[in-house]
Design a protein around this ligand. Structure first.
Ligand code: ATP
Ligand code: ATP
Ligand code: MG
Ligand code: MG
Ligand code: MG
Ligand code: MG
Length: 265
């Protein structure tokens, strides 16, 4: 056996590499479900959008903001969530591996614990996992571009998926045929967005803009600046200052950020 007295801690430690995120930059940690295409199949998510699955994701993001004060804002769509840390954050001395793993593991364990609240009649068949990455954005402008990019992605995917599942479910087209038709359309007529909205309206009498906001806008999570009364159908209540809330805002338009300057400051 090895003489443990001969281990030199400084030498062993010297193999750890520095992984500090650039100081005074906006840190965005984006987590994404691993193999959620399969996970959503196995758990029979509604297609194209399972609202309960999205609400479960949102509730995990709220838990993450409640745990980490340095996270100012989060944006989620599908199986992903982006968390924005304040520029000055010194969370884990800005060591990226610690920040990413702490956020991804809290999110994942919350997902498992809360599963029953959102799917009381569905068994969780195997443990989900999420991977994560961190990116530093040097300016406020680029940070807003990043967030707008994720919401643009939400629109593009949602329009494609809504058309795809309408062709499959309503027109009873095989999945390959629906995919081929949408891809051909995208190649022929550059203006993808308008074409898809027209297809939905013409063939399925669906106005894309009347689909639920949570599907079209994704979900934004942040702290309330001041207390507010809320009317939610029959339930009325009060939200407190600093409470973490979920909304489905247009974060592509800069006016959202001009009207809510407190969120990122
Ligand atoms: P990877 O491990 O590379 O991320 P993935 O299978 O998770 O692979 P993504 O590009 O992350 O691929 O896409 C997530 C997939 O999960 C979507 O394409 C969709 O099929 C499914 N999905 C996620 N959330 C929902 C939801 N709320 N309703 C329906 N399907 C969903
Ligand atoms: P940090 O977040 O910095 O890691 P920590 O409280 O987790 O803080 P560690 O240095 O990781 O601190 O130590 C883990 C602590 O958890 C131990 O000091 C001990 O108190 C407790 N602990 C962990 N595993 C056990 C166990 N199997 N039995 C009893 N206590 C345990
Ligand atoms: Mg991934
Ligand atoms: Mg995924
Ligand atoms: Mg994804
Ligand atoms: Mg510990």
């Amino acid at each position: 056996t090895k003489d443990i007295g001969k281990i030199e801690p400084d030498f062993v430690r010297s193999f750890q590499f520095e992984n500090k995120l650039l100081p005074l930059t906006w840190v965005v940690v984006r987590i994404d479900g691993c193999h959620f295409h399969r996970f959503s199949d196995v758990h029979e998510f509604e297609k194209p959008n399972d609202e309960q699955a999205l609400k479960l994701m949102n509730s995990c993001a709220v838990a993450v903001l409640e745990e980490f004060e340095d996270i100012l804002f989060a944006y989620g769509v599908s199986d992903e969530y982006s968390f924005v840390l304040k520029k000055e954050s010194e969370l884990y001395k800005r060591q990226s591996s610690k920040i990413i793993s702490a956020i991804a593991s809290l999110f994942t364990s919350t997902y498992v614990i809360k599963w029953r609240d959102f799917f009381p009649h569905k068994e969780l068949k195997y443990p989900p996992s999420f991977d994560g990455r961190a990116v530093c954005y040097p300016t406020y402008e680029i940070l807003l571009d990043y967030l707008a990019w994720r919401q643009v992605d939400c629109h593009i995917n949602n329009q494609y998926n809504t058309c795809f599942w309408m062709l499959v479910n309503e027109s009873k087209k095989p999945e390959a045929e629906a995919q081929a038709r949408l891809n051909a359309q995208a190649c022929l007529k550059g203006t993808q967005t308008r074409e898809k909205m027209e297809l939905l309206s013409r063939e399925f009498k669906i106005e894309y803009n009347s689909l639920p906001l949570i599907f079209r806008m994704g979900s934004s999570v942040f702290r309330l600046k001041e207390a507010a009364a809320v009317e939610n159908g029959v339930v009325s209540g009060k939200k407190l200052e600093g409470q973490v809330v979920v909304d489905h805002c247009n974060i592509i338009e800069r006016c959202f950020w001009e009207e809510h300057p407190h969120i990122l400051s």
